[in-house]
Design a protein around this ligand. Structure first.
Ligand SMILES: Nc1nc2c(ncn2[C@@H]2O[C@H](COP(=O)(O)OP(=O)(O)O)[C@@H](OP(=O)(O)OP(=O)(O)O)[C@H]2O)c(=O)[nH]1
Length: 183
């Protein structure tokens, strides 16, 4: 078991790595929030609401968009943070060479087959994005597009259920507000 100091040092190393990699990226909200707010927010949902203390989950949450959205390679993640963290980042990354529709369909199809740790990260990721959508509409998004994202997220979350009551309850509140259900 790593000491508290070692854990802290690993978390700061990941945060620093992600901040450097996302430095030129902004969120799509009207304020153009720095992108790094998202991975840090996902990691915070996991610790604060999900009560997750597993280091590899928090590291992978902080790094979860570096491979998908920046020039970072999985080999780089492996070299810096080890095989387990790289494996988790790989599990939660979309293949950007596919069309958007293929990527979205694959997320729904593959969600039930993800590892427990990857499912936790995906739950927190969707919870963050849905809360963010509720807070501010991304530039250029119609109300219809916002609703479509909620319906898509509902489909992904369906395949992630049964692992974290607290995050799932919060997601269900958001789906209920938009009248999204199985029926
Ligand atoms: N709600 C919200 N989302 C924003 C904002 N800025 C960037 N995003 C990102 O936009 C993605 C959802 O937008 P889409 O149009 O559906 O997907 P795309 O960017 O992959 O084409 C999410 O990425 P993703 O996690 O890679 O996509 P996914 O896994 O949810 O499909 C989300 O993190 C913002 O201000 N608000």
């Amino acid at each position: 078991m790593a000491s508290g100091e070692a854990l802290l040092s690993e978390i700061i190393k990941c945060s620093n790595f992600a901040a450097i990699k996302h430095k030129n990226q902004r969120r799509k909200d009207p304020e153009s929030t720095p992108y790094i707010n998202h991975p840090i927010g996902v990691a915070y949902i996991l610790t604060n609401e999900g009560k997750i203390t597993d280091l590899s989950v928090i590291q992978a949450a902080l790094l979860h968009d570096t491979v998908e959205d920046t020039d970072t390679t999985l080999d780089e993640i492996k070299e810096q943070f080890g095989d387990e963290v790289a494996g988790l980042v790989d599990e939660v990354s979309d293949d950007k060479s596919l069309s958007k529709m293929e990527r979205k369909n694959l997320q729904i199809k593959n969600a039930p087959h993800k590892s427990y740790k990857a499912k936790l990260i995906k739950l927190a990721d969707k919870l963050y994005n849905l809360r963010d959508l509720k807070r501010a509409t991304p530039e250029g998004w119609s109300e219809e597009r916002v609703q479509e994202y909620f319906v898509f997220a509902f489909g992904v979350v369906a395949g992630l259920r049964g692992i974290n009551d607290s995050m799932e309850r919060e997601l269900d509140k958001l789906f209920k507000e938009r009248s999204i259900s199985d029926s």
